[in-house]
Write a protein that binds this ligand. Structure first.
Ligand code: NDP
Length: 286
């Protein structure tokens, strides 16, 4: 069997185009404020891509670049100002933050109604209890890819590799809400390969280059590779050995060009959804 490639780049581009058309009819421009503290090169690239996509979709707002030595108090004060700004619908503070700033304090300072990254405990709690919420972009993007590819989720045996609060856990919560039977695996899981082989849906989010081998994949399974790992030669690879896994899987996402582009498209969708909810233009479940 040769897997169908789930083209995240094309799916994300189509969704961004639809979103831009919707924004053009709103009568206002949703505002996205992005804050980058310090000059981590990977974060700078992510922020630039998010900003470019936001402008292209017709959003207002911009990126504030703060020096690495910015104090936590100064950052919290900026967030408080953005919380109070009626033109700002979404606030994104790019992670990781410098070590002297408490990440959780920053996340919790953001107004949950403007928390387009979906990291605030209120939004996480609403997600887990099945209420409408702003859902973290990468996990929500994973679900979009499954839906767009036509992968049957209800009743399916799914495994999520990785239990981080930004990817693995929310993906497991979303799959559970979508009626999959979910295994959440991590570095202490015994015989990961055997656990994987039982799954009809495999979501890999471990940050270990090509950990998941072809013979871990059940025939016809859907494989979503969240991992972004840089090889010594500078090229990118996922958490799944793509060539081997493609020979077994029914569907598979490439790296790059799979989950990554969906994360940005979902950020825009979340910002639009937050803007509608805040401005009373028809709140929608995220
Ligand atoms: P974290 O490092 O926060 O979490 C990694 C998880 O994987 C942990 O739960 C860890 O287990 C588990 N793990 C690590 N090694 C193994 C192993 N050998 N076997 C089983 N489980 C293991 O990573 P993130 O969740 O932040 O990111 C995961 C990957 O996704 C990274 O490559 C990252 O770059 C990528 N990513 C991609 C995004 C995108 O837009 N495409 C967005 C966000 C992340 P334990 O809890 O026991 O330590």
């Amino acid at each position: 069997m040769s897997a169908r490639i789930i083209d995240g780049k094309a799916i994300a581009a189509a969704r961004r185009e639809r979103l831009a058309a919707e924004v053009a009819t709103l009568g206002f421009r949703p505002g996205l404020a992005v804050i980058l503290v310090g000059d981590d090169p990977a974060s700078s690239v992510y922020v630039r891509n998010k900003q470019k996509a936001a402008v292209k979709a017709g959003f207002a707002g911009g990126t504030e670049r703060l020096p690495a030595e910015t104090s936590e108090a100064a950052l919290l004060a900026r967030i408080a100002a953005l919380n109070a700004d009626p033109e700002v619908d979404g606030i994104l503070v790019q992670l990781p933050l410098p070590a002297h700033i408490r990440t959780q304090a920053v996340i919790e300072a953001i107004d949950p109604a403007k928390d387009v990254d979906g990291f605030h405990p209120i939004n996480v709690g609403r997600l887990v209890t099945g209420q409408p919420s702003l859902v973290a972009c990468t996990p929500k993007g994973v679900m979009t890819l499954l839906a767009e590819a036509g992968v049957p989720v209800p009743g399916a045996r799914a495994i999520v590799l990785g239990r981080s609060t930004i990817v693995g856990r929310p993906v497991a919560a979303l799959l559970t809400l979508a009626d999959a039977t979910v295994t959440l695996a991590h570095s202490r899981t015994r015989d990961l390969a055997a656990e994987c082989r039982r799954a009809e849906i495999v979501i890999a989010a471990v940050g270990r280059p090509e950990l998941v081998r072809g013979d871990w994949i059940a025939p016809g399974a859907a494989v979503i590779d969240v991992g972004i790992n840089r090889r010594p030669d500078g090229t990118l690879t996922g958490d799944v050995a793509f060539g081997e896994a493609s020979a077994h899987a029914g569907w598979i996402t490439p790296v790059p060009g799979g989950v990554g582009p969906m994360t940005i498209a979902t950020l825009l969708e979340n910002t639009l959804s937050a803007a509608r909810a805040r401005r009373g233009k028809g709140a929608r479940a995220a």
